[in-house]
Design a protein around this ligand. Structure first.
Ligand code: GLN
Length: 515
């Protein structure tokens, strides 16, 4: 890897590294900044960095038309828009009316969504401008953005390495500035892991905080739409727009939208962060693999010292059974996936195989599914059907549900001693592309620190740690009690302030990135 530098990327469009708040202020004030101009810059940036594989579809004419509508609304003296002119990227499993929606699967190739997801409708109503749909692992099943039908994505810090996943495209889009805000989904870490590996902020909201209406279902009891941006302030702003009750999603809490003003209130009180050091020591060789690396551990400890310097109290907490989180997650996630993906049978939904003579309906559905799904998705459906089967249900699925309840109890017990729990986001920095594809268990082990938040419904925020020249990004994660996003953001902002600005990824090798 070559040392991160400001070269190359600095030559690209002017507003590409502005935060969402700055963009809104500039666009609302008007000339020379308009939503249209910002959108042009964002689109140029996306086009210049095409080889990274961040986007799987873009419709520049539509983006510019939306930007022109935003400008017209502002010039017409309409009400202020919370995200006026902010370029946003949308993960390819979140519906946008009239746009392709494939979850990067052959199963949904050619499908265009007839309606907007609640989250995309809310972004549009707030004046945000969608710049494209981002790359992901097929149906969100993966940690590296390598299994999608459109090909792999590359890490902007070193294109020979993975961007993390499954929302890898989303992370690249904000890390390289073609979007100021990105929508991802997080079922087991898919927002936080790529955020950490690409050096941006990633937020998985509390379960029920954000509507899942219009989001392609993978594991419904675990997943939430999440946000990626270059600062905590921007993910908080995004959350204030997309959160809140939704009549179309019965699992969405009957609660008002997140209010950014809450962050300052939490910041006024003393804050304490719990660190499960014993478990971190034990996880050095997790799953028979390398586990938590010394590099990430040291940078994580430095992040904790930064929090302390910023006036945060630290305390030791116990988080027993954390090593059970990955197996528990993969039993529950595959069980729910096998159920959710049963609808793709070639008749009602999804890729339809050519009908062969003598085919009965069963054979036809089996062929459609065999052709439509990729290898990792098939593996998960098989696993899910197995753990739910009559003979195995008690041994696997029911047992996993009991362990999930226990993890919930121990997590809540830890939170009795602190306002948030700190963990590394990922056990390593970005690994070489293709390296772990033939070893799914190794990829699953990358989720060791992220799945707890999904199993417990807790909010979790990943913040980039300090990054020295030559180092790859790494993240520190804060987990809180359900609906305590304001506390996490207050802590995250203290960490950011102490850490200072981050370097930008080098673009000098972008042209050489192979897809
Ligand atoms: N890596 C996890 C999985 O493959 C998480 C994915 C996600 O959050 N969508 O299931």
């Amino acid at each position: 890897m070559s040392a991160p530098s400001q070269r190359g990327i600095a030559a690209s469009p002017s507003a590409y590294r502005w935060g969402a708040g700055q963009l809104v202020a500039a666009v609302t004030t008007g000339a020379p900044w308009t939503a249209e101009r910002v959108t042009r810059d964002a689109l140029a940036q996306a086009a210049a960095l095409e080889p990274l594989g961040a986007y799987v579809s873009r419709d520049p004419a539509r983006s510019l038309a939306i930007a022109a509508e935003v400008d017209a609304a502002l010039q017409g003296g309409g009400p202020p828009l919370a995200l006026a002119g902010v370029p946003v990227s949308i993960k390819d499993n979140i519906a946008e009316a009239g746009q392709p929606l494939s979850a990067c699967s052959r199963m949904l190739a050619g499908y265009r969504s007839p309606f907007d997801a609640t989250v995309t409708a809310r972004l549009r109503d707030a004046g945000a401008v969608p710049v494209g749909r981002t790359n992901m692992d097929e149906f969100g099943m993966g940690s590296s953005t390598e299994t999608g039908v459109f090909g792999p994505a590359s890490n902007p810090w070193d294109p020979t390495r993975v961007a993390g996943g499954s929302s890898g495209g989303a992370a690249i889009s904000v890390a390289t500035g073609s979007a100021a805000l990105a929508l991802g989904t997080d079922t087991g870490g898919s927002v936080r892991l790529p955020a950490a590996l690409c050096g941006v902020v990633g937020l998985k909201p509390s379960y029920g905080r954000v509507s899942r209406h219009g989001v392609v279902a993978y594991a419904s009891s675990l997943e939430q739409v999440g946000l990626l941006a270059r600062s905590v302030e921007d993910v908080a702003l995004g959350l204030s727009v997309i959160s809140g009750r939704c009549a179309m999603d019965a699992t969405c809490a009957d609660a008002p939208p997140f209010a950014v003003e809450e962050i300052a209130k939490r910041d006024a009180a003393p804050l304490r962060v719990g660190v499960p050091r014993q478990v971190l020591d034990a996880l050095r060789g997790f799953g028979g693999h390398q586990g938590l690396t010394d590099d990430v551990r040291q940078r994580f400890e430095a992040g904790l010292i930064a929090l302390q310097t910023a006036g945060v109290d630290l305390c030791e907490i116990a988080l027993p059974d954390l090593e059970a989180a990955v197996p528990t997650y993969y039993v529950i996630a595959t069980a729910e996936a096998s159920t959710n993906l049963a609808r793709y049978d070639g008749l009602r939904y999804g890729h339809r195989a050519a009908r062969a003579p003598g085919d009965d309906l069963h054979a036809f559905a089996a062929r459609s599914r065999s052709e439509g799904f990729g290898a990792e998705v098939k593996q998960r459906i098989l696993l899910g059907n197995f753990v739910l089967s009559a003979g195995q249900q008690d041994a696997y699925y029911m047992r996993a549900c009991r362990v999930r309840a226990r993890l919930h109890r121990t997590f809540m017990a830890a939170l009795a001693h602190c306002d948030a729990v700190a963990l590394p986001t990922a056990p390593t920095t970005a690994w070489p592309r293709g390296a772990h594809l033939d070893d799914p268990l190794l990829l699953y082990a990358m989720d060791i620190f992220t799945v707890l938040a999904n199993l417990t419904g807790a909010p979790a925020l990943s913040i980039p740690l300090a990054q020295a020249p030559g180092q790859l990004p790494a993240g520190l994660q804060l987990l809180g009690a359900p609906f305590a996003e304001a506390t996490l953001c207050a802590l995250g902002q203290r960490l950011e302030a102490q850490r200072g600005p981050l370097p930008s990824p080098t673009t000098t090798e972008f042209g050489a990135a192979k897809r």
